[in-house]
Write a protein that binds this ligand. Structure first.
Ligand code: KG4
Ligand code: ZN
Length: 383
């Protein structure tokens, strides 16, 4: 079969991405324009600003992705775009542009679920490194700023299907990292900062409890009637965020947080070293303890689910999969169970368009194309 070049476009949140991937297995280009600087003053993504930034960045990012790949608008075989889940206004920018391209170029248009993209980021690199055949069933933990979801992934030829066996009941894990970092005046986005600061603190200094969830989520009821019933492994991270807040209040950390916030506001592009210098031992211990609790809970629940469903392979993907302690703990604990675990490289963990182009390839082979009247689905689920 001749090579297939798919142009992927991603604009679900705060990164504008475009990439060209050959036959679902070789990244020819992967361009990401980050909006961190735009949202930093607000300590979180502002949807309206995200849409405007996508609109500004989209055309140059796509042009750069084609140029780096040695491709042209005419030479690619299909256009793939994220349909959801994500911010509606942000998604619409990528979708409108992808539709315009597909229409003008008379190329097929493929809609991709962002979460499926995160799962295919792992597959892409696994294929790229020629790592041999995958053993099924695969359990995928997608853990990002918007999601903490567990999926059983199955493949029949070019058809991938997914069964959700767990999700967060409230905050996503990445959201908890970001909110705790904001609360402690460490900056934005919080995940990478906490990741880099945690090794300097004592992870046993503060004891945090993460929620144990015993009963079913009422929102799952309708869905579970349609799907196979099985045990569920849900997460909950709003409690730990509140516990950090309570610790800050009882230990009277607010004055030092405020002075750190002001000091950081005066530094142009603060580095982790700058932030660390502005943290006392107690704060570093708090950060390390918070991260240890998050990592222990994510790993323990995922490995319990893996045992329960007798899975053969584990994938961990999404922005939080870039976390060093999470990777090391998964490798150690899954290794003890004899379970192979795969992560994307750090660049492919966070949002990017190569994962969208890769997830589109099996759909291209099945000729699973969308009509011109398809639209964004902000709350899209993965099946
Ligand atoms: O997948 P992603 O780029 O966007 C979403 O789909 O949400 O994930 C972004 C999230 C943010 O919450 C960010 O703080 C978190 O991933 N994150 C990390 C790390 N790098 C990014 N969390 C913990 N440790 C990291 N190294
Ligand atoms: Zn994502």
């Amino acid at each position: 079969m001749p090579d297939t070049h798919i142009l992927g476009i991603e604009s679900s949140c705060d990164e504008t991405g475009a990439a060209v991937v050959r036959s679902g297995q070789q990244i020819l280009s992967n361009v990401v324009a980050s909006q961190i600087a735009t949202h930093q003053p607000y300590g979180g993504v502002v949807p309206e600003l995200a849409s405007r930034e996508h609109l500004r960045a989209m055309v140059p990012v796509v042009r750069q992705a084609l140029a780096e790949a040695g491709q042209t608008y005419q030479s690619v075989n299909a256009i793939a775009v994220t349909q959801g889940p994500g911010l509606a206004g942000a998604l619409l920018v990528g979708i409108s542009f992808a539709k315009a391209l597909a229409f003008a170029l008379e190329k097929p248009l493929i809609a991709v679920n962002h979460l499926e993209g995160h799962i295919h980021a792992v597959l892409l690199e696994q294929r790229q490194s020629g790592d041999g055949d995958l053993q099924f069933p695969v359990l995928a933990l997608v853990v990002s700023g918007g999601h903490t979801h567990l999926y059983l992934a199955r493949r029949q030829e070019n058809l991938w299907t997914y069964q959700n066996i767990g999700h967060t009941r409230d905050d996503a894990a990445g959201e908890a990292f970001d909110k705790v970092a904001k609360l402690l005046g460490l900056g934005y986005p919080g995940g990478p900062i906490i990741d880099r600061l945690a090794p300097y603190g004592d992870p046993h200094a503060v004891k945090f409890q993460t929620s144990q969830i015993k009963h079913r989520d009422r929102r799952d009821h309708k869905q579970s009637l349609a799907e196979e019933d099985g045990p569920r492994f849900d997460f909950s991270y709003s409690g730990i965020k509140t516990a950090v807040l309570r610790y800050v209040e009882t230990q009277n950390l607010k004055p030092s947080i405020e002075s750190r916030r002001q000091a950081l506001a005066g530094i142009d592009k603060p580095q982790v070293e700058d932030i660390r210098r502005l943290c006392d031992r107690q704060t570093l211990n708090l950060v390390a303890s918070f991260q240890r609790s998050m990592v222990s809970d994510l790993v323990a629940k995922t490995l319990t689910a893996a045992g329960e469903y007798d899975v053969q392979t584990l994938f961990v993907s999404g922005g939080v999969a870039a976390n060093q302690e999470l990777r090391a703990t998964f490798e150690r604990d899954a290794g003890m169970q004899g379970l192979p675990v795969f992560f994307p490289s750090r660049a492919l963990s966070t949002d990017n368009a190569a994962m969208i182009a890769a997830a589109a390839f099996p759909k291209f082979l099945r000729r699973d194309f969308v009509a011109m009247d398809f639209s964004a689905e902000a709350g899209m689920s993965l099946r």
